[in-house]
Design a protein around this ligand. Structure first.
Ligand SMILES: [Zn+2]
Length: 234
């Protein structure tokens, strides 16, 4: 079976003398690893398109056994030259790609993750001066967590399900998946009601986050990803 799909390059590792194993996040198949035969011997083999941050069009042949696809064709589908012209933007994009590399399960079709990922790269490719990187990352992280099904509940206690009283601060325990009331736990970070409301909205809609909210969101997102990454590794 050959699948043609849009994809983003997450990682490439040298194998043998002339080959590479690439990890791709694809629109059609989710995260897959594929053998790129001859990719190191000849740049022309894949038309120099084994680059992260651009959208690739990949032709993948199903493995006869095991998990390793074969990359039988590749070209650039959409370049992001504003993004690759700025080191700061590239670092931000690299962080988002590394989240997906660590968090995404193999061969699980995740169209909303793919969309959140490409939307973020497009936002980081905006022409003109650098977009607000921290806030873009924070929104991307919240969206990705929700897309993986690990969205944080900022409105109801994850222990007992009780709604957070309006206008009350609450503890957010990222590893447990949201806020915990005082009867259900003492871990996590105490956040005020306004911030909880903002983060709850940011998870659903594109909300512009200020610096404080961005930093907090990023901390929470990375805790969520670490928690789920650990679970996956076990
Ligand atoms: Zn509770």
């Amino acid at each position: 079976v050959i699948t043609e799909t849009n994809a983003l390059l997450l990682r490439k590792v040298d194998v043998r003398e002339s080959d590479l194993v690439v990890t791709l996040f694809t629109d059609a198949l989710g995260k897959v690893s594929a053998l790129a035969r001859g990719a190191r011997r000849s740049k022309a083999r894949f038309a120099g398109s084994l680059e992260p941050l651009h959208t690739l069009r990949a032709e993948l042949t199903n493995p006869r056994r095991g998990d390793l696809f074969e990359l039988s064709g590749l070209r650039l589908e959409r370049t992001r030259l504003n993004l690759t012209a700025s080191l700061a933007r590239m670092n931000a994009a690299g962080r988002v790609l590394s989240w997906v590399q660590k968090a995404a399960p193999d061969r699980q079709h995740e169209p909303s993750v793919y969309r959140a990922l490409t939307d973020t790269l497009d936002a980081l490719d905006a022409p003109g001066k650098d977009p607000p990187l921290q806030a873009t990352l924070a929104v991307a992280g919240l969206r990705l967590c929700a897309a993986f099904g690990w969205g944080l509940d900022f409105d109801n206690c994850v222990g007992c399900g009780n709604a957070r009283p309006f206008n009350k601060s609450a503890r957010v325990d990222a590893a447990r998946g949201g806020i915990v009331c005082s009867s259900c736990g003492t871990g996590g970070t105490l956040l005020d009601a306004a911030l909880l409301g903002t983060l709850s909205r940011a998870q659903r809609d594109a909300v512009a986050l200020d610096e404080t909210a961005s930093e907090l969101a990023l901390t929470l997102v990375e805790r969520v990803l670490v928690a789920h990454g650990d679970l996956k590794a076990r």
